[in-house]
Design a protein around this ligand. Structure first.
Ligand code: SF4
Length: 226
């Protein structure tokens, strides 16, 4: 399973407090170099047959939850060669403060691992709405509405407390630059980040659960509640 670069804005970045006006300009200046670095690193990574085998296993799963569990394994295998060369480091938690979209099946896996109860999201989006051309923009906007800067309820001491059960969104988000500059939450326009391209894994996961509801992880597990 090969991968390329997916240049995207940091999802849901919120306006900052205006105290670091230089951040946006430093991020803009960095992007061309970051993109070159990302392309170079991703070109050097061979096609990942282990991830491909796990994707095939997911397609033989008896239930949606089992299928998603296999796709999680596939995503982890896909990400292994990226870990060594990406900007992502243990203890760096920028991406745990931006919207994190998960499905009901993923919420069940996290609930099982954490012992927390799952809430029905008040404003979830149906998976089908994301593949329906007329609804996609509205659905995407709704999924990005959780205020940026609010930590994921499973972030503890800058570490993920449900690491083994973390959702696909957290397994596949790799900034392929050399450091976290572009992930930092700044004023104004969200930074563009050269992420490794995980669109195929995301599409497979959505196709496996068309009847599911998508929502931010904080809507399934409101911060401060158990
Ligand atoms: S599930 Fe874990 S990795 Fe994902 S946003 Fe929450 S704390 Fe971060």
């Amino acid at each position: 399973m090969a991968t390329g670069t997916d240049i995207a804005a940091v999802p849901g970045s919120a306006p900052g407090d205006g105290t670091d006006a230089s951040l946006t300009s430093r991020q803009r200046a960095r992007l061309p170099l970051a993109t070159q670095r990302a392309d170079r690193k991703l070109d050097a990574i061979a096609s990942n047959s282990a991830a491909q085998l796990l994707v095939q296993a997911s397609q033989r799963a008896a239930t949606v939850v089992q299928c998603i569990a296999w796709l999680h394994k596939a995503a982890t295998a896909w990400g292994e060669p990226l870990e060594a060369v990406s900007a992502c480091r243990k203890g760096c938690a920028h991406c745990c403060h931006i919207p994190v979209t998960i499905t009901g099946s993923e919420a069940k896996l996290i609930a099982r691992a954490s012992g927390r109860g799952v809430r029905t999201p008040p404003r979830g989006v149906r998976v089908q709405d994301l593949v329906d051309a007329e609804s996609t923009s509205a659905a995407t906007r709704q999924l990005q509405q959780w205020p940026a800067g609010v930590a994921c309820p499973f972030l503890s001491d800058a570490m993920c407390s449900v690491y083994a059960a973390r959702p696909l969104a957290c397994r596949v988000l790799f900034n392929m630059d050399d450091d976290d500059l572009l992930c930092q939450h700044g004023d104004g326009e969200p930074a563009q980040v050269p992420y490794a391209d995980a669109r195929m894994l995301r599409a497979l996961a959505l196709a496996a659960q068309p009847a599911e509801v998508l929502a931010d992880i904080r809507a399934f597990f409101p911060p401060g509640e158990r």
